[in-house]
Design a protein around this ligand. Structure first.
Ligand SMILES: [Zn+2]
Length: 267
């Protein structure tokens, strides 16, 4: 197992080296054209029907102890997080959180190109291999119940559909409770429409600061980030950010990190 991993790593390194060589020999203009050609339309509307979902749930045979406990109804979601159990089966979340909503964060498309940014669901990365171009697609999916639970997941696969499926699975495995409250001095209503205090999160160069907001202010955030707050059940929030926020992935992870940091602070 370990040996395989090691040789895989070596392979990857070799490919990367080849990539560098290929890139430097390839003419810049050609690359740009290539990028444009590769960015074809992707269909994200083809979601699973409700029937298919139900069918999948029915045949769930838990593989872990925790899965069995959940299936027998012997443990609640609150307990899982209180005792710090690791969730290894996405079905656990489907069984415990109903309804669970899913959303795709658009991480694809290339920003800064003339004519504005066109966002796409999946990010495309191309490696140059001796046998041609190797295309990988990656996607970001968030899940939540709009009431204090949120999960962010990333998935990479050769096809768009698979990438989204993997991301959705990872999002379930990464679910965490989001601490909400009303930390806004202008509001002080005590209800869970915002966050209880100001919090900071970082990933890479991106630093985000989330601040409580009074009722009715809504979400002061970029559109794709709003999706995260919506699924977490936060209705009013202010945010500031700095760093390379154009790299969506780090931006999203920084927000996730900030929300997780809410749980670390003891009031
Ligand atoms: Zn309030």
């Amino acid at each position: 197992m370990q040996k395989n991993k090691k040789s895989d790593l070596e392979d990857e390194r070799m490919e990367k080296e080849k990539e560098v060589v290929a890139e430097s020999t390839e003419n810049q203009k050609e690359e740009k054209v290539m990028e444009e050609i590769l960015e074809d339309e992707i269909n994200i509307e083809s979601e699973k029907t409700e029937e298919e979902n139900n069918l999948e749930k029915e045949v769930w045979i838990p593989k872990t102890k925790l899965g069995n406990l959940v299936k027998e109804g012997k443990i609640t979601l609150e307990d899982i997080f209180r005792f710090g159990y690791k969730i290894r089966e996405p079905e656990i979340i489907d069984a415990l959180i109903t309804p669970l909503e899913e959303d795709i964060i658009y991480i694809g498309g290339s920003p800064g190109k003339g004519g504005g940014i066109q966002r796409r669901a999946a990010r495309r990365t191309v490696r140059i291999h001796k046998s041609g171009r190797r295309i990988n697609l990656s996607a970001m999916v968030i899940v939540g119940n709009k009431n204090g639970y949120l999960g962010v997941g990333f998935g990479r696969a050769p096809t768009n559909k698979e990438a989204i499926k993997k991301a959705a699975r990872n999002a379930r495995l990464n679910i965490f409770p989001v601490r909400r409250g009303c930390g806004s001095p202008e509001c002080k209503c005590g209800e869970e429409h915002s966050i209880p205090f100001t919090v900071v999160g970082k990933t890479g160069s991106v630093v985000v600061k989330l601040m409580p907001a009074p009722r009715g202010l809504n979400l002061c955030a970029p559109d794709e980030i709003k999706k995260i707050f919506r699924l977490a059940g936060i209705k009013d929030i202010r945010m500031k950010s700095r760093g390379q926020t154009g790299t969506r992935l780090n931006f999203i992870y920084a927000v996730e990190n900030a929300l997780k940091n809410l749980n670390k602070m003891k009031l």
